[in-house]
Design a protein around this ligand. Structure first.
Ligand code: GLC
Length: 749
């Protein structure tokens, strides 16, 4: 069985795991690539359909139309619309499904939605899920997201987003898994498995280089050398495809001058011919007609021709396939074979995903599947593990004896005032516990909890009862300030040049600090903000990337010590915007910074090189020590395995979880190599006083780099290993690789 097929087959087996793991006997039918006779039968079925379909019906399969007032189901009945998106109302959903069943060929609809980090139950933003460093939990979050979407009749989600970015000025950092390619690949695969096990086809996006836009400005130009494209931007896509993602979304941006939506080299030569991807590619929202603004198409018809020829199968809300392709075929400017190949891939996804066997939604029961107890339980666990403790002068966990009067300040403390980005609008949700109510419950009767919004809207743009907020804060023993980025200040189209708290929140925070009472700042943001000015001025700093439905309850559990925080930074926190990009796996340069900080080194005159908080960092209420790094394989074959282990000890007084991280470096090679690269991690729970040996296995092929032709090079030579609880660890070991390979094939010395 060819390697890719084997990977897909193994990946499909993994699909069943989460369903069984969640113990849901009536698990939704997971979506996965079929193999063998079933796959062959699907191809024959597609052949038969293509022979029956008119050109208009074929073009209808390449058109994705979004819900809007006055939507005409007749277009579905006539076969002119083969795919829809943004339907969530059960009654409307039943109507579009009925219309498809009444069409001439009864081809099922793709019914898409941005079901990214939740539908009715919502989980931490993907960046927050990455902070858990817990792939199984992230997979479970995607499973419930898929299940709730499927319960509403959705069968296709536009996720996971796996764009690599090191630039917090970009608002869409929140949809990915942060700066590290190893962590991002693991999370991409986990989310893909989860969504598809939950019953919706995944769409790994945005192919490719969207996170590399200059200056972090959304939709901006990306210049990415081939080596970095293959080392950094492409691997998470490969991980999602190896996990069985049925579709790919093309990106808005241009890559090295060619818009991704018309990039034949990426969409066809690499994705399909080299990687063997057999699913469909959908454009991003209107990205096909945008080829005119990019300056590579004179008109809509040329944009349609170029996108189709490059390998984009479905036009999401661009209307240029539906308007022009049939005419272009009849005029002989588009070969019908190109149309047929695109339609084949769309039908292949629909039939492999079993969409023609999905029962129609029952509006009366659909909503009963939302916010189920197991889903909320998973959301609570994910929220707890997504919380990162960045600073603590000892004030946390709160002590009911010392902290009898607690002032909770900030509209984000109450869920009814928070709309979280990438959440489908209009989905029903039951009211959830507020932060102040959870604190009152957990601290008990001895504590008095006051609440003031401090700002009028959840965006933080205007004060609300400013005097009342300061008065409540002044009367308290401790101030819990819940502030952050919400609404239009994060997500798509939210690139920012100043990484501050939006609106009047910074001013409010300064007044709270000015009361002289200890401030515990709890942030809910879509990215790292610049927090240098707060170091030493707040008693504690707790970072969340919007922790979801159960987020406020989980934050209260951490603040009161009911839960020991275990989150780790999935991205470096810059000291200043001028420091960006700052990330852990950087090259050493010829003049690396030394302790002396000699002028003529690669340093800033006005700022340190190191980030304020490095990648992989997070505090606990207990203490962990990492020691006794053992390299079981001091010399390995380039196709062999590195085996190493460390002793982890909980030397504090509380049980807790720790993320043990393994970094590798090749100090001397044919090209300059990063000073650290994360190659493995494991999250362990240890009781107070307990120790455990944690073992790691790293394939030697994971130690390589890609050359300008995109070939994977593993070079013989010495390597360093660093193990610890953040990317700054100094615990070091060494090993060597005995030979070199190119794309896995041994090279003569
Ligand atoms: C947006 C986003 C994409 C999303 C799509 C549908 O513009 O770029 O990630 O899936 O449109 O909402």
């Amino acid at each position: 069985m060819p390697r890719l097929l084997l990977r897909l087959f193994l990946g499909s087996l993994a699909l069943l795991a989460p369903c069984l793991a969640v113990g849901d006997a009536a698990a939704q039918m997971p979506m996965a690539w079929k193999t063998g006779p079933e796959a062959a039968a699907i191809e024959r079925r597609i052949d038969r359909l293509l022979r029956q379909m008119t050109v208009d019906e074929k073009v209808g399969q390449l058109h994705l139309y979004g819900r809007r007032e006055g939507f005409d189901n007749g277009e579905i009945r006539s076969g002119r619309i083969g795919n829809v998106m943004n339907f969530v109302d059960p009654a409307e959903m039943a109507a579009v499904q009925k219309a498809a069943r009444e069409s001439r060929l009864k081809i099922p609809l793709l019914i898409g939605l941005d079901a990214v980090h939740g539908v009715s139950t919502y989980f931490p933003l993907p960046l927050g899920q990455a902070a858990t460093f817990n792939p199984a939990l992230v997979e479970e979050a995607a499973l419930w997201t898929g299940r709730e979407a499927r319960a509403l009749g959705i069968n296709w989600t536009f996720a996971p987003m796996v764009d690599m970015s090191r630039d917090p000025r970009w608002g869409r950092l929140l949809e990915g898994a942060g700066e590290d390619v190893h962590l991002s690949g693991i999370m991409a695969a986990a989310r893909t498995r989860g969504y598809q096990a939950g019953g919706v086809a995944a769409t790994v996006k945005h192919f490719v280089g969207y996170g590399g836009g200059e200056a972090g400005r959304d939709y901006n130009t990306a210049w990415i050398p081939a080596e970095q494209l293959h080392d950094l931007h492409l691997p998470p896509f490969r991980s999602a495809l190896d996990a069985g993602s049925l579709s790919v979304m093309a990106a808005f941006n241009s890559v090295n001058g060619m818009p991704a939506t018309a990039h034949k080299g990426m969409l066809t030569d690499l994705l399909r011919r080299q990687w063997g991807f057999r699913g469909l590619v959908v454009s991003d929202f209107g990205s096909i007609p945008e080829l005119m603004a990019h300056g590579i198409a004179r008109d809509e018809a040329e944009a349609a021709r170029k996108a189709l020829a490059a390998g984009v199968d479905i036009d999401m809300m661009g209307f240029v396939y539906s308007r022009h392709l049939a005419t272009e075929v009849r005029a002989g400017r588009v070969p019908i074979a190109q149309i047929d190949e695109a339609v084949r891939r769309v039908l292949r996804v629909k039939f492999h995903a079993g969409m023609d066997t999905i029962n129609d939604i029952d509006p009366k029961t659909a909503e009963s599947a939302l916010q189920s107890p197991p889903a909320l339980d998973a959301a609570r666990r994910a929220a707890r593990e997504s919380i990162i403790l960045l600073e603590n002068d000892g004030i946390l966990p709160l002590d009911p004896a010392r902290h009898r009067r607690v002032a909770v300040i900030g509209a984000l403390a109450r869920p009814d005032q928070e709309r979280v980005w990438t959440d489908p609008a209009g989905v029903p949700r039951k009211p959830l516990e507020s932060l102040d109510a959870a604190l009152a419950r957990l601290l008990g009767g001895g504590a008095t909890i006051s609440y003031q919004p401090g700002v009028t809207t959840y965006c933080g743009t205007e004060f609300a009862d400013r005097a009342a907020a300061i008065e409540a804060a002044s009367a308290a023993d401790v101030i819990i300030a819940k502030l952050g980025e919400d609404c239009e200040f994060m997500g798509e189209g939210a690139s920012r040049t100043r990484l501050t708290l939006p609106g009047v929140q910074d001013a409010l925070l300064e007044e709270l600090i000015g009361t002289g009472k200890p401030v515990v700042l709890v942030l809910a943001t879509g990215r790292p903000l610049v927090l240098s000015h707060l170091k030493g001025r707040v008693a504690a700093l707790v970072q969340t990337f919007h922790a979801g439905s159960e987020g406020r309850t989980a934050i209260a559990e951490v603040l009161t010590g009911a839960v020991n925080p275990s989150g780790k930074t999935p991205i470096s926190f810059p000291r200043a915007v001028g420091q960006i990009p700052v990330y852990h796996d950087h090259l050493p340069t010829g003049r690396p910074e030394t302790k002396r900080r000699f002028r003529y080194e690669s340093i800033f005159m006005d700022e340190a090189n190191q980030p304020l908080y490095p990648f992989g960092y997070g505090l606990s209420y207990t203490r962990f020590s990492i020691s006794d790094l053992r390299i079981e394989t001091p010399r390995i074959d380039p196709n062999g395995l590195l085996k190493a282990s460390v002793l982890v000890s909980n030397t504090g007084s509380r049980d807790g979880q720790e993320v043990v991280q393994l970094y590798v470096r090749q100090p001397v090679a044919s090209i300059s190599r990063p000073v650290r690269q994360l190659k493995a991690f494991d999250k362990v729970m240890l009781k107070a006083g307990a120790s455990q040996r944690v073992s790691f296995t790293v394939p030697a092929q994971a130690l390589g780099y890609h050359d300008t032709a995109g070939r994977l090079m593993v070079e013989a030579g010495g390597f360093e290993v660093h193990a610890g609880t953040s990317s700054m660890t100094e615990l070091k070991g060494e090993f060597s690789v005995s030979g070199s390979t190119r794309d896995g094939v041994r090279m003569r010395p």
